[in-house]
Design a protein around this ligand. Sequence first.
Ligand code: PLP
Length: 263
Amino acid sequence: MINSTPQVVTIAGSDSGGGAGVQADLKTFQARKAFGMSIIVALTAQNTYGVQESMTIPSTFIEAQFDSLAADFVIGAAKTGMLADVERVETVVEKLKQVDFGPLVVDPVMVAKGGHHLLQSDAVKTINEKLLPLATLVTPNLPEAEVIIDQRIATDQEMIQAAKKIQALGTQNVVVKGGHSQNKEAADFVLLASGESFWLEAPRIKTINTHGTGDTFSACIAAELAKGTDLKTAIVIGKKFIQAVISQPIFVGHGHGPTNHWA
Ligand code: PLP
């Protein structure tokens, strides 16, 4: 059958160091056996030490990338990552409304682990008001969830409340990731559109190879959705994939290393 290969696109920023951003997404798509494409919104000059420089792609060229893909491919799912600023978020939102790229996973990327801002702070409002209502699933980590709801999250109960508040912004399903918590477990809280909710628990793995984990998690879920996997199963597969890619070391760079997408 023509076009039977699962096709998935990332709309995000490039990491020249290959560990996060578009590069992590494409490696994940490949590992998950979906044909991956990219709409690049921003560029970073980056390595395992951190982000040295970044710049945005002109909106007209972001639009051109959307148009090229929409004119040819049958895209089964999409994800967003680094969107940089208000103008880029608005461009992506407008184009997403024009095309049919299937279910949308929004990874609300804000700050790299080294501290470099990947999203200007005034763009959070645009994400909340314009992008989240288009999202099938949003996957903030704890610091991102705190920014989205403008509240500190210190307890499990507050994580649950945060997921509810984020869902109320118009997104259908939410995973609040617990990897940044102080707990021994790295449990994520999942709230589905149906109202069903559960904790995804996993032992905390001691490693410095966690660069790009958020990107990889959301990319894995998007790849699974493009393959026709139901959302709940896709989230569980995403968690298992993250456990696998961070549990086997990879030896590149001298800093905060990437995950192992071959795992
Ligand atoms: N660079 C880009 C382009 C990204 O999209 C991301 C995603 O979060 C990062 C860096 C973050 O990397 P880290 O996992 O080190 O926070």
